[in-house]
Design a protein around this ligand. Structure first.
Ligand code: 2BA
Length: 109
């Protein structure tokens, strides 16, 4: 069994969630925050059988799109983040950042 952890953009999350339900994957959706942009994103954790992983990755790829995002210095700064990022920066975010982990045990009580 594998645990798939997928960080996706909020804009894609509802479509992906519906697709996961339609394809009978069991998933948990968590509100998360990107460490770099410090803006909201969505993390799905999905436990699935080994033979379903490739199809799941395709599903994630199909529903998550890359977008350019401009981060302004003001919105990115903490009050004490001295000198960090003085100019607007454009970054390409996504489609999805995905980790596939081996599951040692799965219990469902
Ligand atoms: P953020 O950390 O907010 O990063 C958003 C985007 O900013 C990244 O898109 C990347 O294009 C850029 N970026 C991130 N760190 C950077 C840095 N140190 N210097 C320059 N540019 C940087 P993605 O790579 O598509 O990542 C989207 C989100 O996925 C990330 O949001 C983070 O929440 C998660 N993520 C990405 N890589 C990860 C990793 N190795 N471990 C855990 N989470 C990760």
């Amino acid at each position: 069994m594998k645990l798939v952890v997928a960080v996706v953009q909020d804009k894609d999350s509802n479509f992906l969630q519906q697709a996961l339900v339609d394809e009978n994957y069991h998933a948990t959706k968590l509100a998360s925050t990107g460490g770099f942009l410090r803006s909201g994103n969505t993390t799905f954790i999905i436990g699935t059988e080994d033979h379903q992983v490739d199809a799941l990755l395709e599903l994630i790829k199909e529903h998550c799109h890359s977008r350019n995002q401009v981060i302004s210095p003001i919105s990115s700064l903490d009050a004490n983040a001295d000198g960090y990022m003085m100019h607007p920066v454009e970054v390409e975010v996504g489609g999805a950042t995905v980790f596939v982990l081996d599951v040692d045990q799965f219990k469902h009580f």
